[in-house]
Ligand binder design. Structure first.
Ligand code: AMP
Ligand code: GLY
Length: 430
């Protein structure tokens, strides 16, 4: 099987590494990929948002299956485009991808299907004055969000009404997120721990990947601005068997059932970002793709052949139930550029990757890196590397990942030292 992975981050490098474990794979391509994907497969010079270029490549190279890392091509309709040409691809149609592409659509969908989430109000472009009055009425804390895709930067968790007004102005008046701010969603702030539950689904059947936890804020203890994710671990001890049953019954199944009922069955990866509140699990957001860095920790735990699963998914023939997973745990610590997620330099030389890779069960996942014409590895983004380790349990996986972190050097290397602490706290509660 010849497989194309669309995207260029850590998630895509982790996906290619996982696919390479299958003996059914005869060719692996990444578009556009990064220096990590180039070690496992072949990078193709087509951007992840060039849908025509990707379809042409898949036709010309007889690609049997395409997997899409980032949300933008999915929300822009890559699946519809590929299917029109008879090309096999894993992911939701453009209509179904609205679960991620429009927060107003997602909230209204959940309301229609009684799926637990925050209470919310939606305001359109003409509704600025109403939105502003609503903020005064509702008070703080409160969450203000741009409706559309904003690269993870369009949601503001506000602890004062003043902050909430600033967020509203940024979205609706300054148009900081362009058309993504045509509508704004104002939500009740939920409290609890966040977990990521990812299902692979053919629309009716699904299999769950191990539940994981990300660390979104840049700073230790969950302080500072939100990032794409500074580290992750799986499985998440907070999700015990009874909580997982509740999540499937109250969230995953009604979501798939609701999408079917509305005539837009959901195929691909359904990422449920959940808050475990005192009242039970509630949806914070849906994503229509694998998480980054969640993919780095959930995929290495899967022992089932992922190619079989993705093929069955595309054929509408997925057998529900659970995936075969290793009994161990995985951890990923993200190394970022100084100043991320706001402003940072690129082109900074990276050393020590070989020493990290020599450690047992440690993999260095590339995210924002590039090779110079002289073959030097340099930083090329906010999130640079994901130091990922597998071990028999979470404490050892974390120790090993941090051993790997100690091997790598680049100026401005910024990482959180508390990845996994929330998981360790649940383990010690027993
Ligand atoms: P989103 O852009 O919807 O993915 O939200 C980004 C982050 O903001 C989430 O991962 C949460 O940490 C936080 N967040 C979003 N919505 C809420 C909410 N209603 N209550 C509490 N935190 C939220
Ligand atoms: N790690 C969060 C996300 O992928 O959206």
């Amino acid at each position: 099987m010849r497989i194309l992975v669309v995207g260029s981050g850590g998630r895509e490098h982790a996906l290619i590494e996982a696919l390479a474990q299958s003996d059914q794979v005869s060719g692996l391509y990444a578009a556009p990929g990064n220096p990590g994907t180039a070690q496992v497969g072949t990078n193709v010079g087509v951007s992840a948002t060039d849908l025509d270029g990707l379809a042409d490549f898949a036709q010309a190279e007889s690609i049997d299956l395409t997997l899409v890392g980032p949300e933008r091509p999915l929300v822009n309709g890559i699946v519809d485009r590929f299917e029109e040409e008879g090309l096999s691809i894993v992911g939701p149609t453009q209509e179904a991808a609205r679960l991620e592409g429009s927060k107003a659509f997602a909230d209204q969908f959940m309301a229609r299907h009684d799926i637990p989430t925050a209470s919310f109000r939606v305001f359109d472009a003409a509704g600025y004055a109403d939105a502003s009055a609503y903020l005064d009425d509702a008070g703080a804390p409160i969450v203000v969000k741009a409706d559309g895709l904003a690269g993870g930067k369009g949601s503001f968790v506000c602890s004062t009404t003043e902050e909430a007004h600033d967020a509203l102005d940024r979205i609706m008046q300054e148009r900081a997120f362009g058309a993504a701010g045509d509508r704004v969603v104002i939500e009740e702030k939920m409290d609890g721990e966040e977990v990521s539950v990812l299902a692979l689904t053919d629309g009716s059947h699904y299999v769950l990947l191990p539940p994981s936890q990300d660390h979104k804020p840049i700073g230790e203890g969950g302080t500072g601005p939100n990032t794409g994710g500074m580290g992750a671990f799986a499985p998440a001890p907070i999700v015990d068997a009874s909580l997982l049953t509740e999540i499937c019954r109250d969230i995953v199944e009604p979501t798939l059932g609701g999408m079917q009922e509305e005539g837009t069955p959901y195929h691909g990866v359904l990422y449920c970002g959940l808050m475990i509140t005192d009242e039970g699990p509630k949806v914070v957001e849906y994503n229509c793709r694998l998480g980054d860095p969640e993919a780095q920790v959930v995929l290495p735990l899967v022992e089932s052949d992922l190619v079989d699963i993705f093929r069955d998914l595309v054929d509408g023939d997925l057998q529900g139930g659970s995936l075969r997973t290793s009994g161990g745990a995985a951890a990923c610590v993200v190394l970022a550029s100084d100043g991320y997620p706001i402003e940072y330099e690129t082109g900074v030389e990276i050393t020590g990757i070989g020493a990290a890779e020599a450690l047992e069960d440690v993999s260095v996942i590339h995210a924002g890196t590039r090779l110079t014409p002289e073959d030097r590895l340099v930083t090329d983004g906010g999130r640079v590397l994901g130091m990922t380790a597998l071990a028999s349990d979470l404490p050892s996986a974390l120790d090993r990942a941090y051993e790997g972190v100690d091997c790598v050097h680049f100026e401005g290397n910024t990482y959180r030292r508390d990845i996994g602490e929330k998981g360790l706290a649940h383990l010690s509660e027993g």
